[in-house]
Design a protein around this ligand. Structure first.
Ligand code: PLP
Length: 464
């Protein structure tokens, strides 16, 4: 295949994509395939000679959609959404066509400048003060890793980067057990160690206890550790828990620690002023991550980090060998110095397209619908005999279980996902196995959402 044929195959792919999305409702949400089915259909070695595109495309159609869990299915209620607006898909096609690499301003001026403007648009849309700047990463995990590396180096006066950690005081970080496992992973790979990520107990609202946080910082300092930072969550993955951001930041700053707020999922909802109470006090955070690729329609991958002072992160992650300097361009921002990888995709384009194609009002309406519909689904599920709501909706996420036992709840979940009309996943809350349901697919309707109580009511009868 060459560029001459790109339009033919792009058109074919676009037609396929349109039909795929318009017919998704008729497909089971979760792949119903068995382990090894797809691999068994592939030859064990790469082809020696070129194959016709017609055959390649036909094999794609025959093998891939049927063995795919459909994240854009309107009845995908599992995990968190990775929703993708059609405008964002189009932007990705264009970014793919350019196939550039936005590591430096010079290597992609439009990409870098659109990125800077998108950060400002989103900052304002989320109600953050203009003291924040920021950048786009691939995922919340690498964003949090960047923030944690910066916490470590700031506390060590950048000695860790120079000497390595072995002869330096042990860094301590603080978070509640409701924060996502990416915080644990980041602490591990930042060389801080799981044991030095202190899990602070939560109160009856599932927020980190501020008195316990302060006591832990003081005790650690007394014991010779080096407290460096706090990771707070807004909309935790398990049940949607949020920390008390204002007080967490006050205590952290009082003791010289910085605060990174993980709002990977819930951050998108902050385009609606009525939800901003969930992160009251956010204006004093040092770093914030939210994923437009979760709930705002800018498809995976797209994680935004807002920073109050990017200098510390640039000092931690930045590196400028001669082969990465650009002549006569000292004043430009080169975002690779803010992030872990050097290479960067043109992610800002899908934000630009999405924000323009739906407008903030359109995006707000979707999120408001999701939150309202999650409450309606929760109310209906609560009425099913034998079902108990274990945590009420936090924005559009709630959990439930069968009264009798973990085992029966697990059986119910298996049946739901085998049935295929909806897709749900599980978590553990206060020791119990519970089923999570979140509403957030870009184009889901109230009917799609209310299919969940219908399916659950039907299958509960057979789960017992
Ligand atoms: N933080 C929270 C609250 C999440 O829910 C998730 C993923 O679901 C992450 C972080 C990690 O996100 P990513 O896949 O962008 O690394």
């Amino acid at each position: 295949m060459d560029y001459q044929d790109l339009n033919i195959w792009s058109k074919r792919a676009a037609d396929w994509a349109r039909d795929y999305h318009l017919n998704l409702r008729n497909q089971p949400v979760r792949a119903q395939t068995k382990i090894g089915d797809t691999a068994a259909k592939l030859p064990p070695i790469a082809p020696e000679n070129p194959e016709p595109m017609e055959q390649i495309f036909a094999d794609f159609e025959a093998m891939v959609p049927g063995a795919t869990t459909h994240w854009q299915h309107p009845r995908f209620f599992a995990y968190f959404p990775a929703n993708a607006s059609p405008a964002s898909m189009l932007a990705e096609q264009l970014a793919n066509a350019i196939a550039g690499q936005a590591m430096l301003w010079e290597t992609a001026p439009a990409a870098n400048e659109i990125e800077a403007v998108m950060i400002n648009w989103l900052r304002d849309a989320l109600g953050l003060p203009d003291t924040f700047t920021g950048t786009i990463h691939d995922s919340a995990t690498t964003t949090t890793l960047s923030a944690i590396l910066t916490m470590r180096e700031r506390a060590l006066a950048w000695r860790g980067n120079k000497q390595g950690l072995s002869a330096l005081p042990r860094i301590r970080l603080y978070a509640s057990g409701e924060t996502h496992s990416s915080i644990d992973k980041s602490a591990r790979i930042a060389g801080i160690g799981q044991e030095n990520l202190v899990k602070i107990p939560t109160d009856n609202t599932h927020a980190m206890r501020i008195d316990a946080l302060e006591a832990a910082i003081l005790a650690d300092r007394q014991a010779g550790y080096m407290p460096a930072g706090v990771i707070a969550c807004v909309g935790g993955t398990s049940i949607g828990a949020s920390d008390n951001i204002k007080e967490t930041i006050e205590i952290a700053h009082k003791h010289g620690l910085t605060v990174h707020v993980d709002a990977a999922w819930a951050g998108s909802a902050m385009i609606c002023p009525e939800f901003r109470h969930l992160w009251a006090g956010i204006e004093n955070a040092d770093s914030i991550v939210f994923n437009p690729h979760k709930w705002l329609g800018a498809q995976f991958d797209c994680a935004i980090q807002f920073l109050r002072n990017p200098k510390d992160q640039i000092n931690t992650l930045g590196s400028r060998p001669t082969y990465l300097t650009t002549l006569d361009q000292d004043d430009v921002v080169n975002y690779n110095e803010w992030t872990v990888p050097l290479g960067r995709r043109f992610r800002a384009l899908k934000l630009w397209f999405t924000l323009r194609a739906y407008g903030l009002s359109g995006l707000r309406q979707r999120i408001r619908n999701h939150v309202a519909w999650a409450q309606m689904a929760c109310d209906a599920i609560a009425k099913i005999p034998g079902v108990q709501i274990t945590t009420p909706p936090a924005l559009s996420l709630f959990t439930f279980r069968l009264n009798e036992s973990d085992a029966q709840t697990e059986t119910l979940l298996r049946r739901i996902n085998k049935d295929g009309r909806i897709y749900l996943t599980q978590t553990r809350h206060k020791g119990a196995f519970v089923i999570r349901m979140q509403v957030g697919q870009f184009d889901c309707t109230l009917d799609d959402v209310m299919m969940a109580p219908k399916v659950i009511a039907e299958l509960v009868k057979t789960a017992k």
